[in-house]
Design a protein around this ligand. Sequence first.
Ligand SMILES: Nc1ncnc2c1ncn2[C@@H]1O[C@H](COP(=O)(O)OP(=O)(O)O)[C@@H](O)[C@H]1O
Ligand SMILES: [Mg+2]
Length: 248
Amino acid sequence: MAVVLETVGLTKSFGGVLALDDIHVAIAAGEVVGIIGANGAGKTTFVNAITGYVKPDRGRIAYLGRDITAHPPREITGLGLARSFQVPQIYTSLSVLENVLLTLAARARQSRRVWTPLHTPEREGQAIAVLEPFGLKEHARRPVSELPEGGLKLLDIALSTALRPKLLLLDEPTSGVSSSDKFGVMETLLQILREQRVTVIFVEHDMDVVTRYAERLLAFVEGRIIADGVPAEVLANPEVRRVVLGSA
Ligand SMILES: Nc1ncnc2c1ncn2[C@@H]1O[C@H](COP(=O)(O)OP(=O)(O)O)[C@@H](O)[C@H]1O
Ligand SMILES: [Mg+2]
C-alpha cells in the first residue's frame, strides 16, 4: 500500500520540554489511525508539525513522497492535507453557510488562482451538500454563535472535508460533543471520508470511540510513540495501561 505520510526522526522541544522525541512513523493510504496519550504527550504538536503550524527542530516529514518539512500551512493544505483544530477555527460572526462558502472559495483559489464570487447558486448548492451529512443544513442561515452545543466542532470538521483532502488530521474531533452524540459524529464523518477515500489520523480521548473507529492506534508518551498496532493490542500493552489509561 502506498505510503501517504512518513516522518523520520521528527523532534521538537519547547524550552526544556521534549514535545516530539524522534518520531518515526509511516501511514498508508486509506488507513484510519487513532492517536492516544495523556495531556501534554505531544499529540497536538505532532499534528501541528505535520500541518506546518510548528517548525520541527529536527527530522523530516514526507507527504506522498514529497518533503513538506516546515512548509507553510497554506501550501500544505493546497497539497491535499487538511486538519481540524482542538479549538475550532471558525468565523463566529458569520453564518454557518458563509463559513462554508469561504472555505470553498479558498479551495477554488488554490486550484485556479483566480478570484471567484463567494455567493453563486452553484456554490451555495455545494455548501449545503457539505453541511447536510453533518445535520447542519437546517442551521445554514444562522450565525455560527447560535449553533447548538457541539455544533462548532461539527462545522469545523465539515469545513475540513470541504477542502476534499487526501489526508485529514483531526485533533480531538469529538471533544465538546455530548457522549450520546459522539458515535453518531464519528459514524457520519468516517462514512464520508471512506467514500472520499481519505486517509485519517485522529487524536482522541474517548477509548470507546478509539476502539470502535481506529484501525490502527498510536500511543504517545512524553513525545514518543510507545505502542503502534491494532487497538486491542495497543490498549492491552502494560505501559499504555499504566501511563496512558492510568489503570496499573
Ligand atoms: N507553543 C508551545 N509553547 C510552549 N510549550 C508548548 C507549546 N505547544 C506545546 N507545548 C508543550 O509541549 C508538550 C506537548 O503538548 P501538546 O502537543 O499540546 O500535548 P497534547 O496535545 O498531547 O496534550 C506540553 O508539555 C506542552 O505544554
Ligand atoms: Mg492536544
